[in-house]
Ligand binder design. Structure first.
Ligand code: UDP
Length: 383
């Protein structure tokens, strides 16, 4: 028997679950509070002709063959290698940390082995079990590199001292002793030829799917559906009864310039004295296109207020305790599954979001087949 299913949110989480269950014969209604699909991955062509990543840089990279195959069903991905420069003072360095950065920063001409031995000699060996971002950085690269490249940027990005942040945030960045300056190491990398929005539109383009844009769906209105997949904020589902989970939001200061502003897609500004964290130059996300003009975004990070767009879940000790309260409430609900960055309050890359949404759909299909209840979570948000 086909089920009537509500999906809240039309980002990658919602679109993948909707598509998978629609293909399994169920009837899906997708409710999206914004006036566009694709969530924070949304892209739009600017009047200059440049494809703009409206909510900041999104680069697709994955180690999951299944995810890579899956997204390509819905559009063409162009080969793309992400490159970032980091400004410290008035000098630009390759980022993530590699041989080029180490030699430029210390004024040396090390071989890979010499650089590795040198960084090891600067690293703080007294840190054995790093808990915080700062401890992790000191253990890995030592105080000079930490202060120059991580301390200021991280304070601006997260609004707290790096001693209060978990070590896992730094684990996102590699440390290399070669001249490889590709930002990501995953085997599959690319950017959709026409941006992300048409990919999500294609996922949602199915006879069993109806999409309602600009439609906020409170919990009470979901009763008419046999199951709901909620990829909106978990605290919003419960009307913030345990308070608002903290997020960082971003403000972008756009500017149109002629020619090429910075020669690469993203330049990080690591000094605490520069108020923005980075400048994104969008046309470099589409090197297969050519534009005379250029759109740049200066990016500022701050605490997310009630009417702002949430970006990065803060997840410090206090927020984790609050999250636990929501998870306990969610586990008592029947007929709803929480997923995605906002539904599970985790810092997720696009590919992980899609991978988890496919797993959620698999678990749902398996449960429906044997008449079991679809679980509230397929991934533990507290893990
Ligand atoms: N980071 C930093 N300096 C940099 C780049 C990154 O201190 O030049 C830190 C910062 O805390 C950031 C984290 O590393 O939040 C992860 O960086 P990533 O580039 O993955 O951030 P995203 O693009 O997801 O905002």
């Amino acid at each position: 028997m086909p089920l009537r299913v509500a999906v809240v949110g039309a980002g990658f989480s919602g679109a993948v679950v909707a598509r998978e269950l629609a293909e399994a014969g169920h009837h899906i209604e997708v409710f999206e509070s914004r006036d566009h699909v694709a969530g924070n991955c949304h892209t739009r062509r600017h009047s200059t002709g440049v494809m703009v990543h409206v909510y900041g840089p999104h680069i697709f990279h994955t180690q999951h063959e299944r995810v890579w195959q899956y997204v390509q069903r819905f559009g063409t991905f162009e080969p793309y290698r992400h490159r970032v420069r980091a400004m410290v003072g008035d000098k630009a360095y390759q980022m993530p940390m590699n041989l080029g950065l180490i030699n430029a920063f210390f004024g040396t001409n090390f071989t890979p082995q010499e650089a590795e031995a040198f960084v090891a000699s600067r690293a703080d060996a007294s840190v054995t079990n790093p808990q915080s971002f700062e401890e992790q950085a000191l253990r890995l690269v030592g105080r000079e590199l930490y202060e120059a490249f991580f301390a200021g940027y991280t304070r601006k990005q997260w609004g707290v001292d790096p001693r209060e942040l978990p070590a896992s945030i730094l684990a996102r960045l590699p440390l290399r002793f070669t001249d490889d300056d590709s930002y990501f190491s995953h085997p599959y990398q690319g950017i959709p030829e026409h941006g992300y929005t048409p990919i999500v539109e294609a996922m949602l383009d199915h006879p069993n799917i109806t999409v309602h844009l600009s439609t906020r769906m409170p919990r009470v209105r979901l009763a008419e559906f046999e199951h709901t997949f909620w990829s909106g904020p978990i605290d919003a589902y419960f009307d913030f009864e345990h308070g608002r989970l903290a997020y960082r939001t971003l403000d972008f200061e756009p500017e149109v310039v002629t020619g090429d502003h910075q020669g690469c897609p993203v330049v990080n500004y690591c000094d605490a004295s520069v108020p923005y964290t980075r400048i994104t130059e969008h046309k470099h996300f589409a090197p297969w296109e050519s534009h005379d003009q250029s759109v740049i975004y200066r990016e500022y990070s701050r605490l997310c207020e009630a009417n702002d767009t949430p970006y990065y879940p803060v997840r410090l000790v206090e927020e984790k305790a609050q999250l636990l309260e929501y998870v306990q409430l969610a586990r008592k609900e029947t007929g709803v599954t929480f997923l995605g960055r906002l539904g599970t309050y985790r810092y997720l890359d696009m590919d992980v979001t899609i991978h988890e949404a496919l797993n959620v759909a698999d678990a749902a299909k398996a449960a429906i087949a044997v008449g079991r209840v679809i679980p509230a979570f397929v991934v533990d948000p507290l893990a």
